[in-house]
Each structure stands twice: as structure tokens, then as C-alpha cells.
Design a protein around this ligand. Structure first.
Ligand code: SAM
Length: 495
């Protein structure tokens, strides 16, 4: 019994760590409100920011008379929160739109709306040329949804894709959709100013702006009150967080002396959250090497409730490709940063995002990526083949010239390297007692709990009398490349 349980875990969890597809297309539901009579079906794709945004959308629509449903056929309004990051993501969503249109034929009252990055990228094309939706809403226009829905109710198409200078949705208390009641996402910045040449995000999510720290602290406090025990502070580039009273990050240079003197950066924000909720676990994602500073690592070291994990995408190990990608650091600077983090917090887990087959990438460049991976030995990673995105600098200036077969082979080589490094990292935990926060039942066995260590590694152990939300000391007995298997030996002092 035990060995078959382990084998299934091994195969499944290795896959999950490479690309977590398991949450894509999740249908989000929340408690039914008696006075609401209309039915909303909402599906989400893409990054954690999108899932967090869907919670904001559901919160806005709950006040507009909508309850969520999981049954597509009975929906009055179908919303799909979309992702444009790779061609494949858009293709998957297009298939879903075709399906929604087929259902619409049997339910003519049903309206379909596209939210998020694809809405922003394609604007009214989906509405006017392709005629496959009734409503198109960009990521900064969700507060306009009540007006837009009124438009479609009255039989007109509706569109709002205006990007904002200051919208952070800080004043909306998100409802938690499909929540485990233990961990939650808290958005702290929106947009991105980095202009990596491969990336569509600055075009679809606009310029970077930060959310008022008081509203972040308020949201985290309310999560703690409701029983949540872990928050992930979210942004495309969290290290670039800067609050100086509101407005775009790029306008900070125009700020008054007072605004500058009282500005809050990411290290300050982390400290504020860690001090305000000393028993809450705090994570953050995503960091960008060019913006990450060691004062963030110093703050992590100072507070035991800030988890020892940094997601630090590098995309390539080749200096030439990093330059072509407009990543504003070298391979050497990245490795120096990693070495400094490991010196300050030796057991800090590091994870990566990597793109293989970027235009002009040679075998030499690819070998540089493999050797950088060998140096860092990441705990886990998300690896992708380059996908040309219309409008980006790379699409305008560089031919997508690496053949698919070569991209595929190189991707497999970095996945294989990552698998070996993940195994090396998980083995470091064997024989050690780790603090695990229980998130829920293991997907593979009802008799086991699943939780995560501070390093974000999944741990599975027999349930005994522990419950969800408990902080437990778990003795790790064995591991796969992505999962620790052990037994609880008592509550941790954090409980
Ligand atoms: N803030 C992150 C960073 O430091 O680059 C970017 C987050 S991005 C939304 C998520 C990941 O998608 C990127 O890190 C990158 O690996 C991948 N990605 C973005 N554009 C891509 C493209 N055109 N082709 C393939 N992968 C891409």
C-alpha cells in the first residue's frame, strides 16, 4: 500500500513542479447569498494575480445580485479571466469561448464576457470582428462591471479596456473563492515597468503601481481573524513595491520631500506585515533579480514567520540572451545574489522561471543555462518554450528562429536537470524535523494531510488528530523529487 502511494506521488508531483496546470480553468464558487437571483459562472486561467483578480470580480458582482454556479448551462453570465502570456494559453481560452457560444445557443439569455490580459490585448476584436463575446473588460476596469453589465442587459455590447494610473482595488475586500481556509493571496502591486522583450504583461496590465500598506495590513488582519494562517503577497515584481501616497512607480521622482521621506519599500512592507501578524506565515511572489535587494533578505532572516523561499526567475543563463531579453543583470550578478542569499539564509529555497529557445539562442547559450542551474540547484522551477507574443519588442525585432524540435529538446534537457536538482534538494530534508502548515487532505490519500514547509516543499503525513490550519512538526522519513513523506511528532511552537 505504502509503496504504491509513493509511486503515484512521485510521478504526479514531479509533473506538478514543472508546470502547475492543475488550477488552470478552475471554476470559482462562493457561498450563496439568499437575496441574489442571477447566476455567475467564472473560470480563471494564468498566473496567481488572475486568480486573485477573480476574487475581486466575484466580490463586486455579489453586490450586483449574482451568486456563483458551477453549472455552465444555468448561468446568466459567463466570465473567463484570461491569460496572454503564451500562445498556448490563448488557444485554450479560445476553445472555451467556442464551447460557451455553443451553450449560448440553447440558453439565449446567457451573456459571455472576457476579462483580464486577453481582453486587454485583443480589445474589441473579440467583440466586433469575431463576435464571440458580449463584453470585454481589461484588468483595471473591474469596478466598471456594474455599468457594463447594465449595457449588455439592455442588448448592447460593452467594452472597457482603459488602463489606470492608480487602480489597485485596495478598497475592495475580495471574497475568497474555492479557498482551503488556510492560505490566501493578497495583491500588493499591479502592472509591470520592466519591459522584458519577450513579455506581454506591461501591455496587458499597464504601468506599475503599489497598494496602500494600510489596506494590505487591514486585509491580512481580517484573514487572520477568519482563521487563515498564511498569506502570499503578490505582484508581477514585488521587490519593486513602493508606496508614496499613490500613483505610478515611474512618477516617484516627482514626489514631494515629505512623500519621499515617508515612502514604504518592499522590505519595509514585509516588516510591517510580519510584526503585525507574528503567527501568520508570510510568502511573496514574484521577485525580479534586478530589483531584489539584500535588505529584503535581512528582513526575512529577522522574522521567523517570513518563509524561507524566494521565487527568482532568471529566464536564461547566457549573458547574451539576458541582454536580448532586456533583463538588466548578468549571469554573474545573479549568481552573486544567490550566493549572498544562501550565505545569509542557508536553508532558503530558490525557484526559477526559465525560457528556452529564445530567438538566436545557440547551443552555447543553452549550455550556459544548464551550468547556471547546476550552480544554483534550484528547489523547483517553471520552464517554458519561447512563445512569440505580438507587440512585444522581441516579436518586432527578432525572428522566432529556433526550430520547434530544438526548443523541445532543450526544454526537456532543462526539465531533466531541474528534476535531478529537485531530488537533491528534497533529500536534504530527509531525517530532519520540519514545521509544516496543514492545508488539507492529501489528494492521493484520505488518511494523510498535505501541507508545506517554510521552503514551500509539499509534505505528506498521517492525519492522526491534527487538523487543517495546524502548525505541526513533521519528521521527514523519505522523499520524491517534489514531496516529503513523514510523520507528525507534535505541534510547533507557532500553533
Ligand atoms: N515577474 C516575472 C519575471 O521576473 O520575469 C515574470 C512573471 S511572467 C507573468 C511568468 C513567466 O512566464 C515568466 O517568468 C516567463 O518565464 C514566462 N513567459 C513570459 N513570457 C513568455 C513568452 N513569451 N514565452 C514563454 N514564456 C514566457
Amino acid at each position: 500500500m505504502r509503496s504504491s502511494f509513493r509511486l503515484i506521488l512521485e510521478v504526479k508531483s514531479t509533473m506538478e513542479k514543472v508546470i502547475d496546470e492543475s488550477v488552470q480553468g478552475s471554476i470559482l464558487t462562493l457561498d450563496t447569498k439568499g437575496t441574489n437571483s442571477r447566476k455567475l459562472y467564472i473560470e480563471s486561467y494564468g498566473c496567481q494575480m488572475n486568480f486573485s483578480d477573480s476574487e475581486i470580480v466575484a466580490s463586486i458582482l455579489a453586490k450586483e445580485g449574482f451568486n456563483t454556479t458551477q453549472v455552465l448551462q444555468e448561468a446568466d453570465l459567463v466570465l473567463v479571466n484570461t491569460c496572454s502570456i503564451r500562445d498556448k494559453a490563448e488557444a485554450t481560452i479560445r476553445k472555451r469561448l467556442e464551447k460557451f457560444n455553443a451553450v449560448k445557443k440553447t440558453n439565449p439569455h446567457m451573456k459571455v464576457g472576457v476579462l483580464g490580459c486577453m481582453a486587454e490585448r485583443l480589445k474589441s476584436q473579440l467583440l466586433e470582428e469575431e463576435k464571440i463575446v458580449d463584453m470585454v473588460v481589461g484588468p483595471d476596469a473591474y469596478k466598471d462591471l456594474p455599468n457594463l453589465i447594465q449595457e449588455i442587459d439592455e442588448g448592447r455590447n460593452a467594452v472597457n479596456v482603459v488602463l489606470s494610473k492608480d487602480e489597485t482595488y485596495g478598497d475592495i475586500a475580495p471574497v475568497r473563492l474555492n479557498s482551503n481556509g488556510v492560505t490566501a493571496l493578497v495583491s500588493i502591486t499591479r502592472g509591470c515597468d520592466n519591459m522584458c522583450t519577450f513579455c506581454v504583461v506591461p501591455f496587458t496590465r499597464g504601468r506599475e503601481r503599489s497598494r496602500d500598506p494600510q489596506s494590505i495590513l487591514g486585509e491580512v488582519a481580517s484573514l487572520w481573524e477568519k482563521g487563515y494562517r498564511e498569506v502570499t503577497l503578490l505582484g508581477q515584481n514585488v521587490d519593486s513595491y513602493l508606496w508614496y501616497g499613490g500613483g505610478l512607480k515611474k512618477d516617484f521622482e516627482k514626489a514631494s520631500e515629505m512623500e519621499r521621506a515617508t515612502a514604504v519599500n518592499f522590505a519595509n512592507l514585509l516588516q510591517l506585515v510580519a510584526e503585525a501578524q507574528p503567527k501568520m506565515r508570510i510568502r511573496f511572489s514574484t521577485s525580479n533579480p534586478q530589483d531584489m535587494t539584500l535588505d529584503v533578505v535581512t528582513t526575512m532572516k529577522k522574522f521567523r514567520n517570513i518563509c524561507n523561499h524566494i521565487h527568482l526567475p532568471v529566464q536564461s543563463g547566457s549573458n547574451r540572451i539576458l541582454r536580448e531579453m532586456n533583463r538588466l543583470h548578468t549571469r554573474e550578478e545573479y549568481m552573486t545574489l544567490i550566493d549572498a542569499i544562501k550565505e545569509m539564509i542557508p536553508d532558503c529555497a530558490i525557484s526559477q522561471d526559465m525560457i528556452t529557445g529564445f530567438p538566436t539562442e545557440t547551443e552555447e547559450d543553452h549550455k550556459d543555462t544548464l551550468s547556471l542551474m547546476e550552480h544554483v540547484k534550484y528547489d523547483f522551477g517553471f520552464m517554458f518554450s519561447y512563445s512569440e507574443r505580438p507587440g512585444t519588442m522581441a516579436a518586432r525585432k527578432l525572428e522566432d528562429d529556433i526550430p520547434e524540435t530544438v526548443k523541445k529538446r532543450r526544454l526537456q534537457e532543462i526539465i531533466d536537470a531541474q528534476r535531478a536538482h529537485s531530488m537533491f534538494r528534497t533529500q536534504e530534508h530527509v531525517g530532519v524535523v520540519e514545521e509544516v502548515l496543514i492545508e488539507g487532505a492529501s489528494k492521493k490519500s484520505d488518511a494523510h494531510w498535505m501541507g508545506r514547509t517554510s521552503q514551500n516543499t509539499v509534505a505528506v503525513f498521517p492525519k492522526e488528530n491534527y487538523k487543517e490550519g495546524d502548525f505541526v512538526h513533521v519528521k521527514i522519513n523519505e522523499c520524491t523529487s517534489a514531496t516529503l513523506l513523514g510523520e507528525a511528532i507534535g505541534y510547533s511552537e507557532n500553533n
